[in-house]
Design a protein around this ligand. Structure first.
Ligand SMILES: Cc1cc2nc3c(=O)[nH]c(=O)nc-3n(C[C@H](O)[C@H](O)[C@H](O)COP(=O)(O)OP(=O)(O)OC[C@H]3O[C@@H](n4cnc5c(N)ncnc54)[C@H](O)[C@@H]3O)c2cc1C
Length: 408
């Protein structure tokens, strides 16, 4: 009997659910990204998901291949070199689900941060900057970062808490301060930085080769190893006027617009991870016999998996609906995005915990020394936890939803 390993999971979502609500163009994106994830990402995913943070191991080649395969064009309009889809947010979220099914770290670093936080903010930059950076972003030639968090400010992004300061000087601004936890920062070419300016905040784009900009060693984290984060230091870093994003003093609005979209992305990533844990362990339960019958014949586990199948569909529908609300510019974006994140980021932890339990040692192990087989659940369990914390902790998502019920 073969006890399943990381290679070919049975894609249960294809038979359990129906993508009937998805437009044709989104279904095509799902197929395109899945093919890429299976053929290009899967062969290197185990190493990416289990090798601790190391700048030397950043997947540059994968980044370039994602660009060449057209994945980085999916969220953007034709005018900036993008795919020009009718529902770009929806397609981006489906792409995140498909990539996170194989590697949560890649989905977070190279799509959620690179395309949603960095790419979406770039849409609000000045024309000269857009003209220069969009082609490089879409081809996979540059890596971007988005910095709001600091050692003492993250959930609370008030002027009182923020310590990174931009001072107006001739022809631009000087930035002084320190950011923390900044995804991609050890390898980033450009970074959007939220700065305090008197009683307001502005968003500035920093060329990371500028004098006075430096990045620390990558943090050693619980999971998402290939999503490198670090502290970033700014000492009198000059930023030209042309790198101001949107309106001076309205930087928080620019940041929150991208973060709201990012939240849907975290929900979609969670669905990808949850589905991966679900599929792997369902395969396992059909193969593994205890007391003379497969684990899949025990009603205890059947009932659990029936419940998870329903919750997965629920979480998927939520992120799809939140994405469509964004694309159709309908009201109540905030509440739906918060729900998509809250539900989508909680589910993978629940499923992964039970998936590890039912797979026993094969759930807990990364690599079996006896025959070298690789197993995915250990990484999923570690990787999914951060989804409940970043881009607005889930308590904050509950606050956003509660405000819609009870008012501010
Ligand atoms: C892997 C990783 C990648 C990241 N990438 C980036 C990035 O690219 N750019 C960036 O700017 N930041 C990034 N961050 C920062 C991330 O967004 C913050 O860690 C997150 O917002 C939480 O902030 P904090 O860690 O400072 O915790 P705090 O703000 O101190 O919050 C701690 C906890 O307090 C609780 N809490 C907060 N507010 C409330 C409330 N109102 N009611 C009840 N409970 C509450 C929540 O449980 C929360 O988790 C990243 C962090 C990690 C770990």
């Amino acid at each position: 009997m073969t006890i399943c390993s990381n290679k070919n999971p049975t894609r249960l979502a294809d038979t359990l659910y129906d993508d009937m609500w998805l437009p044709e163009e989104t279904i095509k994106v799902r197929q395109q990204v899945r093919k890429f994830a299976d053929e290009v990402l899967r062969p290197i995913a185990h190493e990416l998901n289990t090798t601790p943070e190391d700048v030397e191991k950043f997947p540059w080649e994968l980044t370039k291949k994602m660009g060449e395969a057209g994945l980085f064009a999916i969220p953007f309009e034709k005018e900036v070199g993008g795919a020009g889809l009718e529902f770009p947010t929806l397609a981006t979220m489906v792409m995140l689900e498909e990539i996170a099914y194989v590697s949560s770290g890649v989905a977070a670093a190279l799509i959620d941060v690179q395309l949603i936080l960095f790419g979406n903010t770039l849409k609000h930059a000045q024309e000269s900057v857009k003209k220069e950076l969009f082609p490089k972003l879409i081809s996979g030639d540059i890596v971007g970062s988005f910095a709001t968090s600091e050692p003492a400010a993250s959930t609370d992004l008030s002027v009182r808490a923020l310590q990174t300061i931009a001072t107006k000087v001739d022809g631009g601004y000087k930035i002084n301060g320190r950011k923390r936890w900044i995804t991609n920062s050890p390898v980033a070419h450009h970074m959007f930085v939220l700065c305090k300016q008197g009683d307001a905040m502005s968003m500035l784009l920093v060329d990371m080769n500028s004098d006075g900009a430096s990045v620390g060693e990558p943090d050693k984290k619980m999971g998402n190893y290939c999503q490198l984060t670090a502290d970033v230091y700014f000492e009198d870093v000059f930023v030209p006027d042309s790198n101001l994003v949107g309106i001076e003093g309205k930087g928080l609005k620019a940041a929150l617009t991208s973060l709201t979209l990012g939240r849907v992305g975290i929900g979609a990533c969670g669905v990808g991870m949850a589905q991966a844990a679900f599929d792997f362990s369902a395969d396992y339960m059909k193969q593994r016999e205890v007391f003379g019958k497969p684990l899949s014949q025990f009603q205890y586990w059947q009932f659990k998996w029936a419940g998870y199948a329903s919750e997965l569909e629920n979480a998927r529908n939520l992120y799809i609906k939140a994405a469509l609300i964004n694309d159709k510019r309908r009201p109540n974006v905030q509440g739906m995005c918060a729900m998509a994140k809250l539900i989508g980021s909680t589910l993978p932890g629940d499923i992964a915990r039970d998936a590890i339990q039912v797979c026993g040692g094969y759930g807990f192990v990364k690599e079996l020394a006896g025959d070298g087989r690789q197993f995915p659940l250990e990484a999923i369990y570690r990787d999914c936890k951060i989804g409940e914390i970043y881009e607005g902790a889930n308590e904050v998502q509950r606050m956003v939803i509660a405000r819609q019920i009870f008012g501010r």
